[in-house]
Design a protein around this ligand. Structure first.
Ligand code: B16
Ligand code: MG
Length: 218
């Protein structure tokens, strides 16, 4: 493996809790019941699609103008949480793996559905680790479409079959598989059934395993 691609939310940081608070705030305002379980459906899904799902849940259909106002309101609320983020929010042992790859000059990319990926990486001090950032501002077709990861590989200059993707969402695993890349699931093996390999979190990933990925086939 020559190129390493990381999803952001649920892999590097746990911003899902802030997305939840912001969606919950809007849902309460609209009188739509919304639980943490409902929020699971929003993982790896674009902001626009999330609002569509929320409105479907509430049986609401609204004008384009109103839709955009609520979308903006949710994001401003979310950004108020993001503003307070720092390096302590990097998920356990993520630094261990990123530092190992950086020391070996292995090209790394971020492949996220979020339009806020850059400011988040800046806040937690990881922006400089990535050669390229492909985020929701650039990608037209959302995961499970492979576009985000194929663009990341192209920018890294690494063929897809030599790229490995770390993802916490099933749609992201499907996107990595569709791109012809190795998929590593971070989370529940019962959910991420299509991943080539699943770890509960990065504390389970041994650096020997990463070393093995780098030397496989050589
Ligand atoms: P934003 P990822 C995704 O990030 C989140 O999992 C998803 O819940 C969110 O709706 C999406 O980003 C868009 O985020 O509102 O910041 O543009 O997992 O692809 O890194
Ligand atoms: Mg994710």
């Amino acid at each position: 493996m020559e190129g390493f691609i990381f999803d952001l939310d649920g892999v590097i940081v746990d911003t899902a809790k802030y997305h939840y608070l912001a969606w919950k705030h809007l849902a309460d305002e609209l009188g739509i019941p919304f639980s943490e379980e409902d929020n699971e459906r929003f993982k790896g899904v674009s902001r626009k699609r999330c609002l569509e799902i929320l409105l479907e849940m509430g049986g609401l259909s609204v004008s384009a103008g109103q839709f955009d106002t609520w979308l903006k309101e949710k994001n401003e609320d979310y950004l108020s949480y993001i503003k307070q983020m720092d390096a302590s929010e990097i998920l356990p042992d993520v630094h261990k793996v990123l530092d190992y790859l950086l020391e070996r000059e292995v090209p790394m990319a971020l492949g996220s559905a979020s339009k806020n990926a850059r400011p988040i990486l800046e806040k937690v001090g990881l922006l400089s680790y990535f050669e390229t950032i492909v985020d929701g501002n650039e990608v037209v077709r959302a995961k499970p479409d492979p576009q985000v990861f194929l663009l990341a590989a192209e920018r890294l200059g690494v063929p897809p079959e030599r790229c490995v993707v770390f993802e916490d969402a099933l749609a992201g695993i499907e996107a990595a598989n569709a791109a012809g890349m190795m998929s590593i699931g971070i989370g529940d093996p019962g959910v991420l059934t299509e991943a080539d390999r699943v770890f509960t979190d990065f504390t389970e990933i041994d650096l020997e395993y990463i070393r093995g990925l780098l030397s496989a086939g050589q």
